[in-house]
Write a protein that binds this ligand. Structure first.
Ligand code: ZN
Length: 94
């Protein structure tokens, strides 16, 4: 990843496959969270057939230390992270 992921750029930075499935997971209500595990360090869980946990650090609008328990080859291909990004994006629309 060249630049940090944000709620503005995730739709172009993440893979189409991840975005497509992640959007469905979000719309199905499968995303739960957040849980603040440490200051500015959050966990969401995504309940599909298996439950996966997505964790990241958030500093204002940027997301770093992105991790998912599905252990993707590239976090930008992670449908769980995509689902979480859609959920956060929707919640923060003014
Ligand atoms: Zn994942």
């Amino acid at each position: 990843m060249d630049e940090p992921l944000t709620l503005e750029n995730f739709r172009t930075e993440m893979s189409e496959a991840a975005l497509g499935r992640g959007y469905l997971y979000f719309k199905n209500g499968w995303v739960k969270g957040p849980r603040e595990m440490l200051p500015e360090y959050y966990e969401y869980t995504v309940h599909e057939v298996n439950t996966h946990a997505v964790t990241f650090s958030r500093d204002e609008d940027t997301f770093t230390d992105l991790f998912c328990t599905c252990d993707p080859d590239d976090i930008l291909n992670c449908r769980h992270l995509a689902a979480v990004m859609y959920m956060m994006g929707e919640e923060e629309i003014d």
